[in-house]
Write a protein that binds this ligand. Sequence first.
Ligand SMILES: [Zn+2]
Length: 331
Amino acid sequence: MKQTILLYVIIVCLLSACNQQDEHKTTNIAASDSTFVKLTYLGTAGWEITDGKTVILIDPYLSRIRRSYSENSIDSTFPGDIRTSIGPNDFVISDTASINNYIKKADYILVHHSHRDHIMDVPYIAFKTGATVVGTESTANFMGAYGIPEEKIITVKGGEDYDFGTFSLKVMQSLHSPLFEKRHYDSRIFSRDKKAPLRITDFVEGGSLAFLIRFKGHEILTSGSMNYIEKELEGLHPDVAIVGAAASRSEIYDYAGRLMRVLNYPAIVLPTHWDDFTLPFTSSQQEKLKELGVFQKEITNASPKTKVIIPKYFEPIILPLRKQIPDVSSN
Ligand SMILES: [Zn+2]
């Protein structure tokens, strides 16, 4: 028992030490020893998962456009934000400078659903990197609207379990965040006939997915929303769970408890979709970080041995070998 605790302490130290290293150094470690898997938060619900060779992106959205919900009002709370605000009928344009700065390579892009904060930058990234995009029919049609060739799109609906050689991918149906006090419901599918450029109002959810990525001995569960279908997750035992952590989770009954139990108490939880994604990367997320403290407590109460790591933008988190991560499922 003592040995287990000691090992856990060492691994936690290792994880936080890795967090503090600069990207350059950690990239070299990952490249030279591909037994490591590295996860990097890209803001919003976006992640890069790599072993230094294969690069998987999840909902990469780096444009963080400044939204205006009517012709006259601007919702940005960042006073120094001088970017043009985008209204409901404006065309959306990806921030290619930001994407080029942070995204160098991708082999696969997994999309949870086709709202703009998940999918808007995917066509540009797919063109730039030649990555294959995996997502719903709406996601596939959206890629078609931007001229992504069919051989670069894999359409899924949940239930698939695909082998990609270096990793495998189990696709599960999921639910979108219960926005508007549980009244978000959208059964529309992004039309096959639409062509870019697209306006804010063109984006539809198109159904929601969850993914289980089995990669170098790890099992990483990803979600892009503040909800899940418990039955879809039964029998999984991920060591890492990327969990939606924004405020709308409070609409869900026992959000953290049901999730931790059905996932067999993952060793590591990484909160996602918790930041204000209308603000630039440089602005403070202090308020959201404070709220994140509450999420962290909810997870810890539900699964005391789970380590919750608060990700920082573009700071890689390196997972130790899974066999070195203590099994905390005996909560
Ligand atoms: Zn959404």
